[in-house]
Ligand binder design. Structure first.
Ligand code: NAD
Length: 265
C-alpha cells in the first residue's frame, strides 16, 4: 500500500457494482477501501466483503473519515450521500442513474462545497462514443434522423438507461437542441409520421446483458450506426476508481468523465 493511498468509502458495497469495485480496488496500491456501506437492514451488515474482507456497515457517517466516497446505490441514497459528503468535505464519485430533478439539485448543492463527479457510464469507450455522436450529429445536421437503442440485463430498474440519455444529450448538443424538447420516449399505435426535430429511444431488457448502446443516424441513402458493447462490468468499476483518484484534491464543482478524459487530466 502506497504511503499516500487515497481512502475510499463505497456506498452500495454489496451490489453488483459495489462487488466489482471491491474486487478491482484490491489490486491497486494507490487506493485503500476504508468503508463498505450497505443498505439499512441489509443481510450483509457485519459481513466481510471483497478480497480484503472489509466489514460491511449501514452507517453512512463512515464516509466522513475518507478522502472520496464512491456511490453506486439508489437515487435516494445518492442524494443523501451527496448531502453528507458536502457536510464532511469529502469528494464524491457517483454512477447511480435514474435521479430525478430534485435529486440532481441536491447534487448541484453539494458541488458548491465539494468536487463531485457523476457519470451515467464510466467506460472510456462510451465517453468517446458520446464525443463521436456529437460530431456526427453536427456533421449530418438536419439530413439525418437520430434514434438511440439500448439493451440491458433484466434487473435494471430505470429506462431509458442513463447512458442512452447521455448519448441523447450529445446528439442534441450537435444540433443545438435541448434533449427534453425533442425526445420521443416510446412509440405505439397510430403515431403519425416522424418529426424532423426528434430523437427517438428504444429499450430492450433481457437476461444478463451488461450494456449495449447504438446511435443511428439515418440519412436518405445512407445510415451511420455508432455502437458500444460492454461485456464486463469491471470497465465501470475501473473507470470509477480512476475518477476517484483524479477527483481527490480538485476544487469544488460538478465534474464529468469528459473533464477527466479530454480536460486537464
Ligand atoms: P444493485 O442493485 O446490484 O446494487 C445497488 C446496491 O445499493 C444494493 O446492494 C442496495 O442494497 C444498495 N443500497 C440501496 N440503498 C442504499 C443505502 N441507503 N445505503 C447503502 N447501500 C444502499 O445495482 P448495480 O447494478 O450495482 O447498480 C447501482 C447503480 O449504478 C444503478 O443506478 C445503476 O444504473 C448504476 N450503474 C452505473 C454504471 C456507470 O458506469 N455509471 C454502471 C453500472 C450500473
Amino acid at each position: 500500500m502506497s504511503a499516500h493511498a487515497i481512502e475510499i468509502a463505497i456506498v452500495g458495497a454489496a451490489g453488483r457494482m459495489g462487488t466489482q469495485l471491491l474486487q478491482e480496488a484490491a489490486s491497486l496500491d494507490t487506493l485503500k477501501i476504508s468503508a463498505a456501506i450497505v443498505a439499512p437492514q441489509s443481510a450483509h451488515i457485519g459481513q466481510a466483503l471483497g478480497p480484503e474482507g472489509i466489514i460491511a456497515t449501514d452507517d453512512l457517517d463512515a464516509i466522513a473519515t475518507v478522502d472520496v466516497v464512491i456511490d453506486f446505490s439508489s437515487p435516494d441514497a445518492c442524494a443523501r450521500v451527496a448531502e453528507l459528503a458536502a457536510g464532511a468535505g469529502v469528494a464524491m464519485v457517483s454512477g447511480t442513474t435514474g435521479l430525478n430533478a430534485e435529486q440532481h439539485r441536491a447534487l448541484d448543492q453539494a458541488a458548491c462545497s465539494i468536487p463531485l463527479l457523476l457519470a451515467a457510464n464510466f467506460s472510456v469507450g462510451v465517453n468517446l462514443l458520446a464525443h463521436l455522436v456529437e460530431l456526427a450529429s453536427r456533421g449530418f445536421g438536419k439530413d439525418a434522423d437520430i434514434e438511440i437503442f439500448e439493451a440491458h440485463h433484466r434487473r435494471k430498474v430505470d429506462a431509458p438507461s442513463g447512458t442512452a440519455l447521455m448519448l441523447g444529450r450529445a446528439a442534441a448538443r450537435g444540433r443545438d437542441w435541448n434533449l427534453e424538447d425533442v425526445a420521443t420516449w416510446a412509440r405505439e399505435g397510430h403515431t403519425g409520421p416522424r418529426d424532423d426535430d426528434e430523437i427517438g429511444f428504444q429499450v430492450l431488457r433481457g437476461a444478463d446483458i451488461v450494456g449495449e448502446h447504438t446511435v443511428y443516424l439515418c440519412a436518405a441513402g445512407e445510415r451511420l450506426e455508432l455502437t458500444h458493447r460492454a461485456t464486463d462490468r469491471a470497465i465501470f468499476a475501473r473507470g470509477a476508481l480512476r475518477a476517484a483518484r483524479w477527483l481527490a484534491g480538485k476544487p469544488a464543482g460538478r465534474y464529468q468523465m469528459r473533464d477527466l478524459l479530454f480536460g486537464d487530466a
